[in-house]
Design a binder for this molecule. Structure first.
Ligand code: ATP
Ligand code: MN
Length: 317
């Protein structure tokens, strides 16, 4: 997309919009020498894959203007200099109203990358359409469980807990897909039919976490207090609250290396070599195998439709 050479400032056409890019050669990941140009190229290349997961959701950005070894900050509101074509919506908080950008197209992704917004965080619900008018927040369309390894635990323990959680979720008619967070743990995403409120989904997630803890106390904790976590995995059930966010699938992470939150297959999760993936690996795997998060799990596709599954989910309100 970008022209080669030393041209540190460019205006690029992305879809219907012009985006002004600056400081393209600035290194944002010193350990790997990854520049802002690389980050922009990543988000442009992954646009078709990430957009279905972030579209119509208010986007909280975590920005590292001087790279991952310097300061970062979360940003909810649009900043000054936001292009007028970026779709935006207001949300009321206890502390006031914020105007969020919605990541509706590749141009918005490229603009976010230009602002060194390495991480994109979104809630589990979408605004109703049309988002440019008064589409109100809808009920959550996915359940997320956040598996956090405590000290002395790692991805391996998260995989064990993910499998246990999957078994219970499938009994409820839900079909979770694992996402290696690109940081420490694993997120489990299960699509919902959109009938339950965030409070109801949170209650289901909490119950699930407590059940796992009761049955596997040597491996699982459901309490947020970190002192309890050594060697165990915290099943954080609070991600389904409507005011909470999770890093979006395919978002980069602001860690030492350019790791990404990557949807994985259950088969991959069984590999003894499972590890977090970097953005180059992610682009190659999308080309090779597509997105595990948009494909029905093998064996269930075409046998049990989404509606049918939701209808049989006795435990999900
Ligand atoms: P890890 O694998 O290291 O746990 P993570 O992305 O799951 O990575 P968590 O600390 O478990 O990180 O937090 C889960 C999610 O909660 C984050 O992805 C983020 O969206 C949100 N979150 C956490 N801390 C904050 C914060 N201070 N402000 C806004 N959102 C936050
Ligand atoms: Mn986590």
């Amino acid at each position: 997309m970008l022209t080669d050479g030393d041209n540190d400032t460019q205006i690029v056409r992305v879809g219907a919009h012009d985006v002004r890019l600056t400081h393209l050669s600035k290194v944002l990941y010193p350990e790997t020498g990854t520049t802002k140009r690389d980050v922009i190229e990543y988000y442009a290349a992954v646009a078709d894959t990430i957009l279905p997961h972030v579209r119509d959701r208010p986007a909280t950005r975590k920005r590292w203007p001087d790279g991952v070894s310097a300061d970062s900050f979360f940003q909810r509101d649009l900043g000054r200099g936001t292009p007028e074509w970026v779709v935006r919506r207001n949300l009321e908080h206890q502390t006031g109203t914020s105007t969020y950008p919605l990541v509706q197209d590749a141009a918005t992704l490229v603009w976010l990358a230009q602002t060194a917004a390495l991480e994109i965080h979104v809630p589990q619900w979408r605004f109703g359409r049309p988002v440019t008018k008064d589409g109100a927040p809808r009920k959550p369309d996915r359940l997320v469980l956040d598996l956090d390894p405590g000290e002395g635990a790692g991805l391996g323990e998260c995989v064990e807990v993910a499998r246990l959680a999957r078994r219970i979720l499938r009994e409820m008619g839900l079909d979770p897909v694992p996402v290696t967070s690109g940081s420490k743990g694993i997120h489990l995403y299960a699509p919902l039919d959109g009938h339950a409120t965030d409070e109801q989904i949170t209650a289901v997630a909490r119950e699930l976490a407590r059940t796992l803890e009761a049955d596997h106390g040597d491996l699982v904790v459901s309490d947020m207090k970190k002192s309890l976590r050594a060697g165990k995995v915290l099943v954080d059930w609070s991600q389904d609250n409507g005011s909470r966010t999770t890093v979006a699938p395919y978002s980069l992470r602001g860690r030492a290396r350019p790791w990404v939150a990557v949807p994985r297959t259950w088969r991959e999760l069984g590999s003894p070599h499972l590890r977090h993936l970097e953005f180059g690996e992610v682009l190659r795997r999308i080309g090779r195998r597509g997105d595990p998060l948009t494909e029905p799990a093998p064996g269930r596709a075409g046998v049990v439709g989404r509606d049918e599954r939701a209808g049989s989910s006795a435990s999900v309100p």
